[in-house]
Design a binder for this molecule. Structure first.
Ligand SMILES: NC(=O)c1ccc[n+]([C@@H]2O[C@H](COP(=O)([O-])OP(=O)(O)OC[C@H]3O[C@@H](n4cnc5c(N)ncnc54)[C@H](O)[C@@H]3O)[C@@H](O)[C@H]2O)c1
Length: 258
């Protein structure tokens, strides 16, 4: 990853934080593009503490102007954009018929429009470079459907399809686009998620009983860790995955096998 420039949306919490750390450890310059500036700055400092290079740019992925301003700033600081990890996401588990429309809209704005805005904003740069990697954080719920995650699952299925379509359109420019579908991956450290994190609501809903039920649904009989997910994301961002594109890869201990 030496000399690579990587944008991680939502890099201030949990999985995004771990992806940012891992990219930073592997030598990339990491841009943490999170709406939560406090968390973004914190992760930037953590990366710098172990000798990595990082920048935190407050970004709202649902706002195209904010996304374009972030990309402009990155290009003022660095000559290339080699990697985009579309990680920012949000949901709250609730039955479809009980969920207010405002929450569907928030889910669609962050999980789907966010990926569309950020992908569009970097593609001209990547096409010009004739290289690039985009990795989307989707979810197994976008592959198999899940109770209380209807619209969120629809967004994640949309992200997978978007990634496949774009992979076909821009593959000729040596741009690889893939999606990673994590299992339940709760944060382990109390301070590893901020006020915009989905875990603010979900931590309370993810009771010990539900956690145990989830654990048993995985063939490997454990939940995911943020590092499990980061390992696959960083592999897909690397030259070792240069012939992998348009794929959705589950990192979910065998929860789904499709
Ligand atoms: N953790 C899981 O169990 C799990 C499972 C499947 C898929 N995923 C997906 O993986 C990704 C990361 O999950 P996580 O558990 O780390 O989530 P998280 O909520 O802890 O972190 C998401 C980050 O995105 C940021 N964010 C929220 N809205 C934003 C916006 N409008 N613009 C920019 N940043 C914004 C938050 O501040 C936060 O730092 C998400 O896309 C999620 O849907 C997570």
């Amino acid at each position: 990853m030496n000399n690579k420039v990587a944008i991680v949306t939502g890099g201030g919490s949990n999985i995004g934080r771990s992806i940012a750390h891992t990219l930073g450890r592997e030598g990339a310059a990491v841009i943490i593009a999170d709406i939560d500036e406090k968390q973004g700055d914190k992760v930037k400092n953590e990366i710098e503490l172990f000798g990595g290079r990082a920048v935190s740019i407050k970004t709202d992925v649902t706002d195209n102007d904010s996304v374009e301003a972030m990309v402009k700033k990155v290009l003022e600081l660095f000559p290339t954009i080699d990697i985009l990890v579309n990680n920012a996401g949000w949901t709250r588990d609730l039955l479809f018929i009980e969920k207010p429309r405002s929450e569907w809209e928030k889910e669609i704005a962050i999980n789907l429009w966010g990926v569309i805005n950020c992908s569009r904003a970097v593609l001209d740069v990547m096409i010009g470079q004739r290289s690039g990697k985009i990795v989307n954080l989707a979810s197994d719920v976008g592959r198999v459907g899940e109770y209380k995650e209807a619209v969120y699952g629809a967004c994640k299925a949309g992200v997978i399809a978007l990634g496949k379509a774009l992979a076909r359109e821009v593959g000729r420019y040596q741009i690889n686009i893939n999606s990673v579908c994590p299992a339940s991956t709760p944060p382990v450290e109390e301070d590893s998620y901020g006020e915009f994190s989905l875990w603010k609501e979900m931590a309370g809903l993810f009771t010990p009983e539900i956690r145990e039920k989830a654990r048993k649904a995985y063939s490997l009989r454990r939940l995911g860790t943020a590092q499990d997910i980061a390992n696959m994301v960083v592999f897909l961002c690397s030259d070792r995955a240069s012939f992998v594109t348009g794929q959705a890869i589950s990192v979910s201990g065998g929860y789904t096998m499709v």
